[in-house]
Write a protein that binds this ligand. Structure first.
Ligand code: NI
Ligand code: MN
Length: 224
């Protein structure tokens, strides 16, 4: 399984022979100016919630690739009005796709679409593929609901660490305890002034807690 980071919360995971792109926000991000949005041809696009920093390139990439979008029912409805096919889900539900299983899980945040329409509840996802389990938390606060994942044998967690709009590093360290996962890819930081982090300081917090934090550069890939 391979993951590539595209800035903010946008990651691409190659799993089960398919390419899954999460929360595409690339073209408005000056830190990701070296990434060509038109080169991305995912099979699926997973959307955690409707905020611009998670959906800015959703329609463009979907039109380029014909990807199926996996998202909460209200966002699926919003996409349907633009003739985009989406697989609507809701919190607590899972579905077996051709690459593996996706379960939609709770996130504590807000959600509305860029045009102001209702985006339903924000969500996270757990992906089960190739015998691995990966948690993509989306934008979220630390929440006791994360303890529901403690028995899922998570291999990796993709957690927001930038603070202000989501949990920061201290709460993300606590989240690792709740979800019982030691391997973390930190996202949702540095894209805006209010979520700038001191990488060394954050890294130290995770190391002190016995956790393996990766902060890949934009465009960098890791094998999971
Ligand atoms: Ni958000
Ligand atoms: Mn966000």
């Amino acid at each position: 399984m391979k993951i590539t980071y595209y800035g903010q919360s946008c990651v691409q995971i190659e799993a089960g022979g398919k390419t899954l792109l999460f929360d595409p926000f690339i073209s408005p991000n000056p830190m990701a100016s070296h990434i060509d949005v038109n080169s991305l041809k995912p099979d699926y696009i997973l959307v955690s919630h409707g905020h611009g920093d998670h959906v800015a390139d959703l329609v463009t990439i979907q039109k380029n690739s014909g990807a199926k979008v996996i998202c909460i029912a209200e966002i699926a409805g919003w996409l349907g009005k633009q003739d985009i096919e989406a697989h609507g889900m809701n919190i607590g539900g899972g579905y077996n796709f051709d690459f593996g299983r996706v379960k939609m899980v709770n996130a504590i945040h807000s959600s509305s679409m860029p045009d102001g329409s209702y985006g339903g509840n924000p969500a996270g996802f757990v992906i089960y593929a190739e015998g691995k389990a990966i948690y993509f938390a989306g934008d979220t606060a630390l929440t006791y609901d994360m303890k529901l994942l403690a028995d899922d044998n998570l291999d990796w967690a993709i957690l927001p660490i930038g603070d202000n709009y989501t949990m920061g590093a201290d709460d993300a360290v606590k989240a690792c305890d709740f979800i019982n996962c030691k391997n973390v890819i930190g996202v949702h930081y540095d894209s805006f002034p209010v979520i700038k982090i001191d990488k060394d300081e954050v890294m130290e917090k995770f190391v002190k807690a016995g956790l393996n934090l990766k902060l890949p550069a934009i465009g960098e890939s890791l094998s999971l």
